[in-house]
Design a protein around this ligand. Structure first.
Ligand SMILES: *Cc1c(COP(=O)(O)O)cnc(C)c1O
Length: 446
């Protein structure tokens, strides 16, 4: 079928995607080797041990090119410990994008700290470096950088701002394992990084997280926070931590389940090759759609040295202006009718939720956001216009796990066809605009 030649499927024409290929999206890839690794842990009854996890940490640190890696039960836990590692405490503020999963920041509340949201850049969907500095106060302790949906955030200006104001940078690498920012590894640029490895992520090993850092004090604080059995005075260099060894400072038990560690060791071995295939497939999809009106790739420029890692929850950007205001909902409906994948939305911005505005979680007698704050720093609906606008302009695209050009071409043709025939969709377009889908991104992983 020539691109866009025939009638839209939504209006009774033939579909652009003629054959389903479900295993294009199956993730993670599980082989006998993963199964054997799990069985070994089970048979040796070392599910709660630490040796397998320590081996995984060594391999992860080497792969990531950092000094320390510390395994966690979840990505949420790794970021909690990263905050504690950076001495985020009572009355402190962290700057974070509102467009992210809640586990980038909500842990701050349990440390007595609070959250200040900054805008994202509408093209990268990551923190806008130009919106950070005006939000810094003497209480700002850290910037939480989220590399959102595969896109490496613009780290150079962010690091410059952080160094100028003497604040830490924590990278949330949950969406970009292995991605490069100008040739450097995401997660190895800031002071410390946390990574989710739950089953929906691009490095998917079960329920697990990882923390990496080159800073030994941050590493030891993170260890002291939630790894009681590894927190030993004789193993710790940080003097201030020595007297309290033996009990976890956070009161948390955060070690990784060793079945996940075992799967992680296998998955990591093959990750670079699998990631390379994903990159080839996803880049082909966007290359095919280059210049099509109304749709734009969410990926760094080709000559930037930056990459999208495993393209977690890959998104596209929508420009209704180019299609006479056709709503994203209507556009996506037509693409789906072609047999292709197009899911409007992304995370609902956190600042709009009552937990960030009214909820008194711990009984301070005031909203937790303000529990130890020196001013009313709440940011209600309308306070982050770029972020609020951008969520209505993004959509999930097919997250290909294999390089199969014919099938990828069919998916791209569906988008092209709808963009070419968009006028036919205007009369039936009743949707005003799309919204964030929910506070968590759901993925089709099977
Ligand atoms: C998934 C995710 C986390 C939390 O990880 P878990 O392993 O689910 O606890 C943190 N930040 C972001 C951006 C995420 O997408």
């Amino acid at each position: 079928m020539p691109d866009g030649a025939s009638k839209l499927a939504l209006l009774g024409g033939p579909k652009a995607v003629t054959r389903p290929e479900r295993d294009m999206f199956t993730w993670p890839i599980v082989t006998k080797e993963d199964e054997q690794a799990v069985l070994k842990v089970l048979r040796e009854r070392i599910m709660s041990g630490i040796e397998e996890t320590k081996a995984f940490e060594r391999e992860y640190a080497a792969w990531q090119g950092v000094k320390h890696a510390l395994g966690f039960s979840t990505g949420t836990a790794s970021l909690h410990a990263a905050m504690f590692g950076c001495k985020v405490g009572v009355g402190d503020e962290i700057i974070c994008p509102s467009l992210t999963f809640w586990a980038s920041c909500l842990q701050a509340f349990s440390l007595g700290a609070t959250i200040v949201f900054a805008e994202v850049d509408p093209l990268t969907l990551c923190l806008d470096p130009n919106d950070i500095e005006k939000r810094i106060t003497p209480r700002t302790k850290a910037i939480m950088v989220v590399h959102y949906c595969g896109y490496p955030a613009d780290m150079d200006p962010i690091m410059a701002i952080a160094r100028k104001h003497n604040i830490k940078v924590i990278e949330d690498v949950s969406h970009v394992h292995g991605a490069l920012y100008k040739g450097r590894r995401t997660g190895a640029i800031g002071d410390v990084a946390g990574y989710s490895m739950m089953s929906g992520k691009s490095l998917a090993i079960g329920e697990a997280g990882m923390l990496t850092t080159n800073d030994t004090e941050i590493f030891e604080r993170a260890l002291a926070f939630g790894h009681y059995e590894r927190y030993k005075a004789e193993d710790i260099l940080t003097e201030a931590l020595k007297p309290f060894a033996g009990l976890p400072l956070g009161g948390y038990k955060y070690r990784m389940h060793q079945m996940s560690a075992a799967v992680g060791r296998v998955q990591l071995k093959y990750y670079d090759a699998r990631m390379a295939e994903i990159q080839k497939a996803m880049n082909l999809f966007w290359d095919l759609l280059e210049g099509v009106p109304g749709i734009q790739a969410h990926r760094p420029p080709k000559d930037s040295g930056s990459t999208m890692g495993g393209w977690y929850a890959a998104r596209g950007l929508y420009q209704p202006e180019a299609l006479e205001g056709l709503s994203l909902a209507r556009f996506a409906e037509a693409v789906r009718a072609e047999g292709a994948i197009c899911q409007p939305g992304c995370n609902t911005p956190l600042h709009t939720h009552p937990l960030l505005n009214t909820c008194d979680v711990y009984g301070h007698g005031k909203p937790t956001r303000l529990a130890n704050a020196d001013r009313d720093l709440r940011q209600g609906p309308g306070s982050l216009p770029v972020t609020e606008r951008v969520v209505g302009r993004v959509y999930g695209i097919p997250w290909f796990k294999h390089y199969r050009p014919n099938y990828i071409r069919q998916q791209a043709n569906a988008y092209k066809k709808v963009a070419r025939h968009y006028r036919e969709l205007l009369p039936g377009d009743t949707a005003k605009s799309a919204e964030g889908i929910s506070y968590h991104l759901s993925q089709w992983s099977r």
